[in-house]
Design a protein around this ligand. Structure first.
Ligand code: ASP
Length: 596
């Protein structure tokens, strides 16, 4: 029930046989109408559901006449008695399907133009641009509405779970100074301070750490974040994350707390979906890469990568020999029963491997006598048994093999093939939710362009404490206390234990190429704060859109965002971005240079 309202007594999702005999008033949109001589049947729709209402020229001619023009999407109000639908006309698909309202009064509250697309049914081939331009009509469509309601239930469950665990929500500002998260900032020019700019937060990272220094102990926020980077299916220029920070914790504590929240929220929001494994499996980054070729593995199926390096070490095959000599690896996956794949299919897979960085793809099918068949089989004859044993391949199977002088490249390319084969073989069960933790990431990676070390994740992440000592001497060997949460092959979130001592943070920053002045300028507040009793702390952020998309079985986060931007960052409904007038520019002390 939507509470007391004077324009209606009930919602369109509410009436049941128990209401038969009551006089009610409903208001909503005409979902569909059918005219049968002196009777008109209107399906009336609102957020809560659909109720059939009937006007009759015999029983209530004025009401029948008032509704005669009402077409789809007109907004009307009806009053009348609730009655059972006649035998044989009940609709078991509708919760209200046993009853109807016999209308004695009908008011048109507003008319509607014919919408640019169907609201009341799916329209195959409907262009997304049109949906985005008329997003208010798109959001009115029941499947969109269901996704938005799911999103709201998710947000509400998150809040409930976190608050039960003593987390406090603190809002942080949108006009801040740049906090690096690896993307470009959106900036806002200051009118009051000529030539100065605010940055919109890529995340509230520094602020949540400062809240720990302030003693708030457990913080969360449904934080709006903005990153000026190219959009993809799982990434838009602005998004929401459940942002969390905790004091006096180790990695284990954050992971356990988040896991409990995620499990409870999943159960509350999508009780029918099965979580594949609890406690969530935990893989080191190294294992995730070696077994699944990904730091966000899809654990709904096996098809683990097999390291064939030893099995093929003596094979007379240049590609493998070169890769191994360069210190790389040869990885394989076994696609069961795919030995009969056509040239075309194998060509597609080779293309896919190349697009993901592999030099090529070796494919072998296992014949009924156990021998290997494929363009390169003759080179591998001597290693055939070892290859079959290592992969467990039997007659009818297909082996896909990638070799590269760089282990990560080989594993990553094959990881993509694993996903593709999982998809083709129907192994990625859409009903299952496979959460998995990946942790122990390398702390630094070498940035070839900038000629310096860079943080693999968050520049504030702490090294594994015992490894901190060798940070300068051997940066590559140091791991971060960083953990990512993945779900069905998507990175859902990530976080870390932070450095809470100034000297250590300065050392990490120095490795990343910051000068002392540069650090003071960019991170002065946080560095200073670490000298005023900063407790050990750590946190995480989880992407809300990705989470909802996965729970709603959607592949694109725009499907779970009320008012998303297009791929090129436009709001097609409001027409943003847009030019501003000269006076506004002058007030902001800006002059445009649009030559190129
Ligand atoms: N600030 C990080 C991010 O937005 C998350 C974290 O480390 O807590 O990805």
């Amino acid at each position: 029930m939507a509470g007391h309202q004077s324009l209606r007594t009930h919602t369109c999702g509410e009436l049941r046989p128990q209401h038969v005999g009551q006089r009610v008033t409903l208001a909503g949109w005409v979902h569909r109408r059918r005219d049968h001589g002196h009777l008109s049947f209107l399906d009336l729709r609102d957020r809560y559901g659909i109720t059939q209402v009937v006007t009759s020229s015999d029983e209530a001619p004025a009401a029948h006449q008032a509704g005669a023009d009402a077409r789809n999407e007109w907004v009307i109000q009806v009053s009348g008695a609730v009655r059972h639908r006649p035998d044989g006309t009940t609709n078991p698909d509708l919760p209200t399907g046993e009853v109807e309202v016999a209308v004695d009064e009908l008011t048109v509250l507003n008319e509607s133009k014919v919408p640019p697309f169907y609201i009341n049914e799916e329209q195959p081939g409907l262009e997304e641009a049109l949906r985005l331009q008329y997003r208010y009509l798109d959001l009115r469509r029941p499947p969109m509405r269901e996704r938005m309601l799911l999103r709201a239930r998710l947000a509400s469950a998150i809040r409930r779970e976190l608050e039960a665990e003593d987390f406090v929500e603190v809002e942080t500002p949108l006009l801040i100074r740049s906090t690096p998260e690896g993307a470009r900032d959106f900036v806002v020019p200051s009118r009051l301070q000529a030539g100065q700019f605010y940055a919109l937060p890529q995340s509230p990272q520094q602020l949540k750490q400062l809240l720990m220094v302030a003693g708030y102990d457990r913080y969360y926020q449904m934080a709006h974040c903005m990153r000026d980077e190219d959009s993809r299916k799982d990434r838009g220029p602005e998004f929401t994350q459940v942002d969390i920070e905790m004091s006096f914790v180790r990695e284990e504590d954050v992971m356990a707390t988040v896991e409990a929240m995620v499990t409870a929220v999943t159960g509350a929001v999508v009780p029918d979906r099965q979580i594949r494994e609890t406690p969530f499996p935990r893989l080191t980054y190294q294992d995730a890469l070696a077994r699944y070729g990904s730091d966000k593995p899809d654990l709904r199926f096996g098809m683990d990568l097999v390291d064939l390096s030893d099995a093929v070490r003596d094979a007379a095959f240049r590609v493998f020999a070169d890769a191994l000599a360069a210190g790389g690896a040869v990885y394989a996956i076994r696609a069961e029963g795919c030995g009969g794949y056509s040239r075309k299919q194998l060509h597609e897979l080779t293309d896919l491997a190349k697009r993901h960085g592999a030099g090529g793809l070796v494919h072998l099918s296992v014949e009924s006598d156990g021998s290997l068949r494929g363009p390169t089989a003759k080179f591998l004859e001597a290693s055939g048994t070892a290859v079959r044993t290592a992969t467990g391949a039997g007659p009818g199977d297909l082996l896909l093999i990638v070799a590269d002088g760089d282990r990560v490249t080989a594993a990553t390319a094959l990881g993509q093939l694993r996903l593709e084969m999982g998809e083709r073989l129907g192994l990625r069960d859409p009903a299952v939710l496979a959460y998995v933790w990946v942790y122990r990431f390398p702390m630094f990676k070498w940035d070839r362009d900038l000629n310096r070390w860079d943080a693999t994740h968050n520049p504030f992440s702490a090294p594994v404490w015992e490894e901190a000592e060798r940070m300068e001497a051997d940066p590559e060997s140091v791991h971060a206390q960083q953990y990512d949460l993945a779900l069905n092959g998507w990175e859902l979130g990530g976080g870390s234990i932070r450095i809470h001592r100034r000297d250590l943070l300065e050392r990490a920053f120095a490795l990343m190429g910051h000068t002392v002045e540069g650090m003071r300028d960019q991170f002065g507040a946080l560095l200073d704060a670490l000298e005023y009793g900063a407790p050990p702390h750590g946190g995480i952020a989880i992407g809300v859109e990705r989470w909802v998309a996965l729970l709603a079985n959607q592949e694109n986060i725009r499907e779970v965002t009320a008012f998303p931007k297009t791929q090129s960052g436009s709001d097609l409904m409001l027409g943003a971005p847009s030019p501003i007038d000269d006076q506004q520019l002058a007030e902001l002390h800006l002059r445009l240079d649009l030559e190129d």
